[in-house]
Design a protein around this ligand. Sequence first.
Ligand SMILES: [Zn+2]
Length: 183
Amino acid sequence: MSAEPPATPDTSPVPPETKDWTVVIDQGCGECGFRPGYDVATTGRRTRDTVDRWTAVLDVLGMTDRPGPGTWSPLEYACHVRDLCRVFRERLRLMLEEDDPVFPDWDQNAVAVEEQYNLQDPYEVSGELAQELRATADAFDAVSGSQWARTGRRGDGKEFTVASFAAYFLHDVEHHLRVDARG
Ligand SMILES: [Zn+2]
């Protein structure tokens, strides 16, 4: 690893996402090639498969450069996916242990600003991200049988099963890697 972040990475807020990404669960995603109806039992393996590519993203010059106004840098996406793993693992635990829980809210844009994602140490982020991806892969690997049909809801009322939640999570990780943070 030889990359040094530039002196003044942009840490200003980016506009919040307005698209409803839950449509990719049923319709897939034309931007990244995610296909609907994949075998959810492969969620853990596919999540684990992204670790090396995420590590590569954080080992290049320009990882803190934003490709355009209002778009996160590769480092910011990596921080986002690291924290996404933590949040989604907790939501998965809730679905498995409680009946139809409502997930605690998570404002990803507010967290990105508060935690100054673009000023974080890329080497530490790389290690943390790999650890979080593997832990979340393990959590999905441990799901079996009727557990895939258990339910939970977001604060905005959007309903998930463990299976649709797995698809939503996996798409997020793969989409950010393929479309947003290519190293
Ligand atoms: Zn996508």
